[in-house]
Write a protein that binds this ligand. Structure first.
Ligand code: ZN
Ligand code: ZN
Length: 325
């Protein structure tokens, strides 16, 4: 027998946030107050300002209904001797993490570039960011064309950026879910994060840089502690459009409820799950289920709307459902 588990509960409040955005503190074209105003106007509950190699830690923009999480984006050069950074990590302050070293302060800046000293360089950076009390996100691996075999050598990142909106409207390299699966297939318990990575706000652009990829977090409260705790537990989904309301395991089945979608795809490893399509009934779907089979290691769900936009659930690790633990 298998335990029941609730991953997302439709009766609980979810908070919308963008964990990757830039301002004039690095190479963004908009100042922090304008960036904050843009996300507030779009109904976001929180953002993290993640400028390149400069830390943001400010409560200046916090209200009862909006917070800014302390964070940064940090990168280094890859093995090809050019000036293009080879890896970028999202860095997010975790107030509950025991910090061996001092926490980064507001507008603290860091020396760049970090030279490539072999595959230990990215790992050194991850370890360093964690030692200062931060969670680490593996940012836009597809944009950097990170090699799968390199990525799985690294440990300690809690999530992979699986959708990066800014690279969607420049060269199309925004989808990183294949990297996520590769990490999961290699035994890493990592979550998937969709984000904007917005650098500028051009109102004349056909595709806006703001509001294209986000996380929806089922937190107890809108505080840094609340959001970070829920992120670490995987109590969130990522999206470039559709919503996931409910996601649970009951009586050996995975159930998902979503906003109207054309496809609901169950991605199970190593046994491929089914995918449900609307053409079977001629109507968009708002729910789907799949029986969990013996031998499946993890299962995640993608709900795809009529415009091809996606909501990604986090993985269910089937071993966690074993009875008698
Ligand atoms: Zn980046
Ligand atoms: Zn960025």
């Amino acid at each position: 027998m298998m335990k029941d588990a609730v991953y997302l509960d439709k009766s609980k409040k979810k908070y919308k946030g963008n964990l990757h955005t830039h301002t004039t503190w690095s190479d963004g074209s908009q100042e922090a107050p304008e960036v904050v105003a843009a996300f507030k106007a779009k109904g976001y509950d929180f953002i993290s300002i993640t400028d390149h190699d400069v830390y943001a830690r400010t409560a200046d923009y916090d209200t009862d209904s909006f917070i800014v999480l302390p964070g940064m984006e940090r990168g280094g050069l890859n093995l090809v001797p050019d000036e293009d950074p080879g890896y970028h990590f999202g860095v997010l302050d975790d107030p509950t993490m025991r910090s061996e070293k001092e926490r980064f302060h507001h507008l603290q800046s860091f020396e760049v570039p970090i030279p490539w000293e072999g595959p230990q360089s990215p790992q050194k950076l991850i370890d360093e960011m964690k030692a200062h009390g931060n969670l680490v996100i593996f940012n836009h691996p597809e944009w950097h064309l990170t090699r799968f075999e390199d990525m799985v050598q690294y440990d300690g990142f809690f999530a992979v950026e699986i959708y990066n909106h800014a690279t969607e409207w420049t060269p199309s390299s925004s989808y990183g879910a294949a990297y996520w699966d590769h990490a999961l297939q290699n035994g890493k318990r990592v979550f998937g994060i969709a984000a904007d990575d917005s650098h500028e706000h051009d109102p004349n652009s056909k595709i806006a840089e703001y509001g294209g990829g986000w996380v929806s977090v089922e937190a107890e409260e809108l505080t840094q502690q609340g959001i970070i705790a829920a992120l670490k537990n995987g109590q969130f989904y990522s999206s470039s459009g559709p919503e996931i309301f409910d996601y649970r395991v009951e009586d050996g089945f995975v159930h998902v409820e979503c906003s109207p979608c054309q496809y609901i795809m169950f991605k199970a490893f190593p046994l491929r799950g089914p995918f449900l399509v609307e053409r079977e009934t001629g109507e968009l779907m708002t729910s789907g289920s799949m029986k969990i089979k013996q031998g499946m290691a993890y299962i995640r769900v993608e709900c795809v709307d009529e415009n091809g936009r996606i909501a990604w659930s986090n993985p269910i690790f089937v071993a966690d459902l074993a009875e008698g633990e």
